[in-house]
Design a protein around this ligand. Sequence first.
Ligand SMILES: CC(C)(COP(=O)(O)OP(=O)(O)OC[C@H]1O[C@@H](n2cnc3c(N)ncnc32)[C@H](O)[C@@H]1OP(=O)(O)O)[C@@H](O)C(=O)NCCC(=O)NCCS
Length: 182
Amino acid sequence: MKFGYLADYPEFVEKIAIWFQAEWGARYPERSLEDWQGQVYLNKDHLPITLVGFEEAEDGSKSLLSTATLRRGGMDIHPELETWLSYVFTDPDKRGKGYASSMVIEALRFAQEMGIKFLHLFTRTNGNVYRRLGWIDVERTEYKGGPVIVMSRKLELTLSASTAAVIRGLEEKSYSPSEMEP
Ligand SMILES: CC(C)(COP(=O)(O)OP(=O)(O)OC[C@H]1O[C@@H](n2cnc3c(N)ncnc32)[C@H](O)[C@@H]1OP(=O)(O)O)[C@@H](O)C(=O)NCCC(=O)NCCS
């Protein structure tokens, strides 16, 4: 799995928008496909930034596996929480293979390099992907028509033992180290 800025792979924008609309369109019926394309960001040096994880075939063709976005603000009920990890998503046909975990690890590494000290997220999943990577549950609440878990992660210089173990497991499954620019 390779990682990069969506800005360097704009050909993935439409696919991501189609995924997002299929997954969350019922919750936001007013959003068109074009609006969903506006939910990903082609910035490289300032937030919001959308990252992508993909695989590359020998002929150079690239296939998108997962995406995640770092942005300021995530929940209007928590304006005090500054920087959020949002829109974590894996290709529906390729789930359960560790791609989202790898994507989140890459986003953590990237955020840490940007000097971000804390990240927050909310999820409608059971949160296990995040918990295994050192995120802690902050709140369970109702948000935009359903229950969510709010979670936070301190970005440390040294990885906790549990996160290091997850990374070792992924490396054994041939997770390749970051190829993202510094
Ligand atoms: C949540 C999501 C990002 C996980 O992606 P993934 O690449 O499958 O994640 P990983 O392989 O790293 O982690 C596997 C987790 O997904 C579960 N999983 C396995 N197969 C799955 C499947 N076909 N569909 C969904 N989840 C599956 C695994 O059991 C594991 O969770 P668990 O440890 O609680 O059992 C993905 O299901 C997704 O894109 N969902 C829709 C969007 C969404 O809800 N995003 C989260 C926003 S916070």
